[in-house]
Design a protein around this ligand. Structure first.
Ligand code: SF4
Length: 273
């Protein structure tokens, strides 16, 4: 393992689990995207950018910018609909009035030889309970089983227990105090909620330590046997796993395509208000 690899995140760990080769190309060799991830390319790129912009709009709302001012910036059909859907949820419209809000909070903790990092869309602390919110602009509502197994669900909750004491008057949160909520901008009344338990926390942290250890001692990074993972992977040409991008509208591997719309905070630019 090269010395340059010092941090892990839910997305790098998810890549490692999905395909060790992809992890190597993206986080060790740091190759930029050589191939279009999915077709139709332009439409998907626009959706991706709108997703990033939507995150920024919500973040501005959470830090106190008036909703009316933000509404003017929701200037595409998707953005307008997502923003209206957000405001139509009474718990979101009034969210600034209850408890303490930590939008775009970053947490980190040592994990084996690495540092585990996470940036949260929102952590809300109210009535002795911490709720992690994550906004998703997916075009399809994923199944809860799929979300439960995601590294994001596991890392975000575990890291909040492990490294969130400063958000709780210096006391670590008990897993039972934590809930994670995925809110889908196109399915506003169908959020996915995941409570947490001490047993799950132990299982998650053990897994994270095991993965960190495996990554530290890995000497080769095998290509995945599951070729559906390659359909939307930007590294297809390196692996000779196809040149043409997968069609994101094809249903069988739908969530492989939808995760392309996950927002990576490093990609989000500033919006002038
Ligand atoms: S194309 Fe397939 S094998 Fe190659 S990095 Fe991507 S997912 Fe892995």
């Amino acid at each position: 393992m090269p010395a340059s690899l010092t941090t892990l995140s839910q997305s790098s760990l998810q890549d490692y689990i999905d395909c060790a080769r992809r992890f190597q190309l993206r986080y060790i060799d740091r190759l930029s995207y050589p191939a279009i991830e999915s077709e139709p390319a332009l439409e998907n790129e626009k959706h991706q950018q709108e997703g990033e912009y939507f995150h920024r709009l919500v973040q501005q709302y959470l830090i106190g910018i008036p909703a009316e001012q933000i509404s003017k910036l929701a200037n595409t059909a998707n953005l307008q609909r997502w923003w209206e859907n957000f405001l139509a949820q009474p718990n979101f419209r009034n969210i600034r009035e209850f408890g303490s809000l930590y939008p775009e909070a970053s947490l980190s903790a040592p994990l084996g030889n690495f540092r585990l990092l996470a940036k949260y869309d929102l952590i809300s602390i109210a009535e002795n309970k911490a709720t992690i919110y994550d906004w998703k602009t997916y075009r399809k509502r994923p199944r809860n089983e799929w979300l439960t197994a995601r590294m994001q669900t596991r890392v975000y909750r575990a890291l909040l227990v492990h490294a969130g004491a400063h958000l709780n008057n210096g006391n670590s949160f008990e897993p039972e105090q934590i809930e994670m909520v995925y809110w889908f901008s196109d399915f506003p009344t169908e959020p996915a909620r995941f409570v947490y338990t001490s047993a799950q926390y132990k299982r998650d942290w053990d897994l994270l330590l095991k993965l960190a250890d495996e990554i530290k001692s890995a000497s080769s990074y095998l290509l995945t046997d599951d070729r559906t993972k390659c359909l939307y992977c930007p590294y297809r040409s390196y692996c000779e796993r196809g040149v043409k991008a997968g069609d994101a509208d094809q249903a069988e591997t739908e969530m492989e395509a939808e995760e392309l719309f996950d927002v990576n905070f490093e990609q989000i630019g500033e919006i002038a208000f």
